[in-house]
Design a protein around this ligand. Structure first.
Ligand SMILES: [Zn+2]
Length: 228
């Protein structure tokens, strides 16, 4: 592979395909179009070009998946994005619901040297403000195939590990309910409605919060071994 910088749109494709295939299955043309908010017809041409450049491969009838060089490039963009978000929050006092958009633009412009200086100034963070793991410089990343709060069973003791950050309004609702990375939640026994999950936030005497499934699907949880 040559080392000429990739265009902004190529970086966006690689990042979107990486996100869509994180669970292990290939990304379909329609899901890529939806993620990038463009027409499926325009995806087909770009996918062909990226396949010719060796960044992804087409699996007939199933979709596309990144090759090893493609994944390496996607992780480089993710590293830049997540370090930028962390820097904006921690050093420049941006609120956590207002950094994704900034990072979406800056991730294509920031040099690796700038990103590494930011990482050093932050003390080499391992996760961004939304709990997402930051890929290392050598392209390693913590596995992120997690369950969401919408899939949780009544009675479960959980800990919020990460939240999706694309929607500012969703992030504000989460913050208002105390649903932020690191916090312990217990799924209540009786459920409020079919489209919502009731949880107790931050230990047994915590506040009871009703989380609509739309929001709960954006909250990633892991079992909490310190409770139960
Ligand atoms: Zn983001």
């Amino acid at each position: 592979m040559n080392q000429r910088p990739l265009s902004r749109s190529v970086e966006d494709y690689l990042k979107a395909i990486y996100g869509l295939s994180e669970g292990g299955s290939p990304a379909s043309t329609s899901s890529i179009a939806e993620a990038l908010d463009i027409q499926p017809a325009s995806v087909t041409g770009m996918v062909k070009r990226l396949a010719e450049e060796g960044l992804l491969e087409h699996l007939p009838y199933r979709g596309v998946q990144l090759t090893e060089p493609g994944q390496r490039e996607a992780l480089r963009v993710l590293r830049r994005h997540r370090i930028l978000e962390t820097y904006l929050c921690e050093k420049l006092a941006f609120p956590w619901d207002d950094v994704h958009g900034e990072a979406e633009s800056l991730e294509h412009a920031a040099s690796d040297a700038l990103i590494e200086r930011m990482s050093a100034a932050l003390g080499y963070p391992s996760h961004d403000p939304h709990g997402a793991p930051i890929p290392t410089r050598s392209g390693e990343i913590e596995p992120t195939d997690m369950k969401t709060l919408a899939d949780a069973v009544p009675g479960a003791y959980l800990r919020i590990r990460a939240v999706r950050d694309e929607e500012a309004e969703g992030l504000r609702s989460m913050a208002a309910g105390g649903l932020v990375p690191g916090v312990a939640v217990r799924v209540n026994e009786g459920q409020p409605t079919e489209d919502a999950v009731g949880v107790t936030v931050g230990g047994a005497l915590g506040e009871v919060v009703t989380v609509q499934h739309d929001l709960a699907r954006r909250i990633f949880v892991v079992p909490d071994e310190t409770q139960s």
